[in-house]
Write a protein that binds this ligand. Structure first.
Ligand code: FES
Length: 393
């Protein structure tokens, strides 16, 4: 006599089987967000010529030099500073590759591991001192990559899953699919379950981990089919990766060219400040007319609405001086109070800007306009002597 499933008891727990099935889709929003963000970040760097121009305050060189002052990996950053431009290219193309891989679900675990590695390094280099700690984005990105490292890209809208299905088809293996079935149903269908014991397991306790129905291999999956499947997966996977990598290189190259064209047509957002020759002079000097302090250099080195940088002798910090209007100079410790990057002057917007997380400061007062910086820049006293030299007092 055929056995029929027992109708569920009125008091039987209702398991959220649909939630289990829908979990296949749960990684998609995370993949889209991380993939789009990293691809955009990579393209943005490639499109910005000042990112690779050492004299620009928003360059990779300036960011690394600023980060090296406070970072727990400062010795590593100092050692890598001479190769900053190369590191900038690696980061830009790395972010683009990670973003595309994640968006497409192609080698997702590899892309997620690389994304977590990059986020960890950015956290240590740039946002380690963010207060409170969760205001630095890098630590959030680091943990956001974890589900994709653990679970891969999932089976929905994923190139990895598509490649696996095609390889299985070419190996003559039926496409497999997971469905959510309560284990009680499996017990009913297999016919071996009786009062908590399994006839197929010599009447031992029934358990999911040792269930012969759940763990039997389909007859069609032979060692030859598995070998064919593995070979086809490698060929299809490598071909797809090569095509996507080629497209990424072409896109990156075109983005860089467009960025160069645009920057030659439009002036940059931040200017590269000249360094005053007297900056860093350890000894104090007295100028004509009794002006005292550290001689920075001639005031003519800092035209109206432009800036120059120098080193503050007492702290070794970078300083910045701006001539607001004829004869009116303001100076600040150029270390951003958020995470220690060096701020630069943006003459078009007349603000001081931090290249790391975009904090903006009023040039006249040093107060925060926007961004994560918790307070303004430390002001310095800059005076012009009668003979036209600038002094830090
Ligand atoms: S270091 Fe983060 S905004 Fe300046």
């Amino acid at each position: 006599m055929a056995r029929h499933p027992t109708p569920p008891s009125r008091f039987a727990p209702v398991l959220p089987a649909r939630a289990w099935a829908l979990s296949e889709w749960s990684l998609l929003p995370l993949r889209l967000f991380l993939g789009a963000t990293f691809a955009f970040a990579g393209l943005q760097k490639l499109a910005d010529p000042s990112f690779f121009r050492a004299t620009s305050p928003s360059s990779i060189q300036s960011q690394m030099a600023g980060a090296a002052r406070l970072s727990p990996i400062h010795s590593l950053l100092h050692a890598m500073l001479p190769h900053a431009a190369l590191i900038g290219w690696v980061i830009a193309y790395g972010e683009l590759a990670i973003g595309l891989g994640t968006l497409l679900g192609l080698k997702t675990r590899l892309a997620a591991t690389a994304g977590a590695f990059l986020s960890l390094n950015l956290f240590l280099a740039v946002s380690f001192h963010s207060k409170p700690y969760f205001t630095g984005a890098d630590i959030v990105f680091l943990f956001a990559w974890m589900p994709l490292i653990i679970a891969g890209g999932g089976s929905r809208l994923s190139a990895d899953a598509l490649i696996a299905r095609r390889a299985a088809k070419q190996a003559g293996i039926e496409a497999d699919a997971l469905v959510a079935v309560p284990f009680d149903n499996v017990r009913t269908w297999c016919g071996n379950f009786h009062r908590g014991h399994c006839k197929a397991l010599s009447n031992q306790s029934c358990a999911m981990a040792s269930c012969p129905v759940l763990h039997q291999r389909p007859a069609q999956v032979t060692p030859v089919a598995i070998k064919t499947y593995d070979r086809r997966s490698v060929v299809l996977g490598s071909t797809t990766v090569a095509v996507v990598a080629g497209a990424a290189v072409v896109t990156g190259f075109l983005t860089t060219e467009v960025g160069h064209l645009e920057s030659s047509a439009v002036s940059g957002s931040t200017s590269s400040s000249p360094t005053l020759a007297g900056g860093g002079a350890p000894a104090s000097a007295t100028g004509t007319g009794g002006t005292s302090g550290t001689l920075l250099g001639p005031a003519t080195s800092v035209p109206v609405s432009s800036a120059a940088s120098f080193t503050i002798p007492s702290s070794g910090d970078p300083g910045i001086v701006v001539q607001l209007s004829k004869g009116t100079f303001v100076g600040y410790d150029a270390v951003c109070p958020h995470a220690g990057c060096q701020v630069g002057y943006a003459p078009s917007a007349k603000v001081l800007v931090c290249p790391c997380h975009g904090s903006e400061f009023q040039v006249a007062t040093g107060q925060v306009i926007s961004g994560p910086a918790p307070h303004g820049l430390a002001p310095l006293s800059i005076v012009e002597s009668a003979n036209g030299n600038l002094y830090l007092q």
